[in-house]
Design a binder for this molecule. Structure first.
Ligand SMILES: [Fe+2]
Ligand SMILES: [Fe+2]
Length: 358
């Protein structure tokens, strides 16, 4: 008489869910859980004893129905199953187990005549198969491979989880920072909408340069944030109607550095920070804060410089009328040392076709 398979209290756990499996990995990190299914006690019992002696947590069952009862009440890493059994066969068990928990590995045990079924089982997702009679040591090697695969899967899952978490966090931080930048802009009353318009102009140039969607989005974000450092500038200077003194101008110039400093705790804003820091550099090296020249100035910053300047001179100010596109074009060309000449030409051509088509 084959021994009756028991569903012990130790196995009485809720059915498989992603959460319960992960918890089980923590609880039984190094202990492989094996469910052995074979109607022949002469294989099932010795194999169970052998694997238990090797430190595995083992349950066995004489048929598929009993095996599924075990399976639904426990957490398993591996199912080792015979193929030909009275009632439902091992192929059916494989299908059931994989539909309930795709992470569980299934090893098939085959008789001499079952090899074609074993191959079918491999195609259905079985991990491996062994033909009777087989050395138990070979099962141990297979379990080692299962453990390695399980570890890789756990690491991949953890990496995915972290990636998703970081993505969510990055989005939240970015949205908060952008909200902050909008609040800063509200203070600079002559300049409402400047960030948004600069973002649109920078995106037009970035797209014209062939940037992919992700790069254009980064450029937009940099443009929205480029003047965030103005938070540290006194309202009286920021909203002064009329010309600034040299001292006031020096104070206002600090906004580029301050913006960079403000964004420094947020590591994923690296490229955006650079664009923010350098959006007042000049092609001829006479800009600020670092006096970079030519292509030493990051490309996104050179784009922002053009978009920022164009928007500033074409927007209304209390002390002057906005320039037309023609006037802006000649003003920017006259100050050629300020801008990357190649980018400026591309920008002006594109902006003319968008804003002032002939
Ligand atoms: Fe600025
Ligand atoms: Fe600006």
């Amino acid at each position: 008489m084959p021994p009756t398979a028991n569903v012990s209290d130790a196995d009485a756990r809720p059915p498989h869910t992603a959460t319960s499996r992960d918890a089980a990995y923590d609880a039984a990190a190094e202990r492989t859980r094996v469910l052995i299914v074979d109607d022949e006690p002469g294989i099932r019992r010795p194999l169970s004893m052998f694997l238990e002696s090797q430190g595995c947590h083992v349950r066995d069952a004489e048929d598929v129905t009993t095996a599924l009862a075990h399976f639904d009440r426990g957490l398993w890493d591996v199912v080792i199953t015979d193929i030909a059994m009275p009632g439902k066969d091992g192929i059916e068990l494989l299908r059931e187990v994989k539909s309930r928990d795709p992470d569980v590995e299934v090893i098939m045990i085959t008789g001499y005549l079952d090899v074609q079924y074993a191959i079918k089982a491999l195609k259905m997702g079985a991990f491996d198969y062994f033909q009777k009679p087989f050395e138990f040591d070979r099962i141990l090697v297979a379990l080692q491979r299962v453990a390695e695969r399980r570890l890789l899967r756990r690491e991949a899952r953890e990496a995915d989880r972290l990636r998703i978490e970081q993505g969510v966090m990055a989005k939240a931080v970015l949205e908060t920072t952008l909200g902050f930048a909008r609040a800063v802009e509200e203070r600079d009353r002559c300049n409402i909408g400047h960030g948004q318009r600069t973002a649109t102009l920078a995106a037009i140039l970035g797209t014209e340069l062939g940037f992919d969607a992700e790069h254009v989005q980064k450029l937009r974000e940099a443009a929205l944030l480029h003047d965030v450092g103005k938070i540290a500038i006194d309202d009286a200077i920021l909203n002064k109607p009329g010309r600034l003194t040299d001292e006031e101008f020096a104070t206002i110039r600090r906004h580029a550095e301050i913006g960079d400093y403000m964004l420094s705790p947020v590591s994923f804003l690296g490229d955006i920070r650079k664009a923010v820091r350098h959006h007042h550099e000049r092609w001829d090296g006479k800009g600020y804060p670092d006096g970079l020249a030519g292509t030493d100035i990051p490309l996104d910053a050179r784009i922002l410089t053009i978009a920022d300047y164009f928007d500033s001179i074409t927007s209304m100010r209390p002390y002057r009328q906005p320039m037309t596109v023609d006037q802006a074009e000649s003003t920017m060309r006259a100050d050629a040392g300020a801008f990357d000449p190649e980018l400026l030409e591309i920008f002006l051509r594109k902006v003319r076709s968008v804003l002032a088509p002939t």
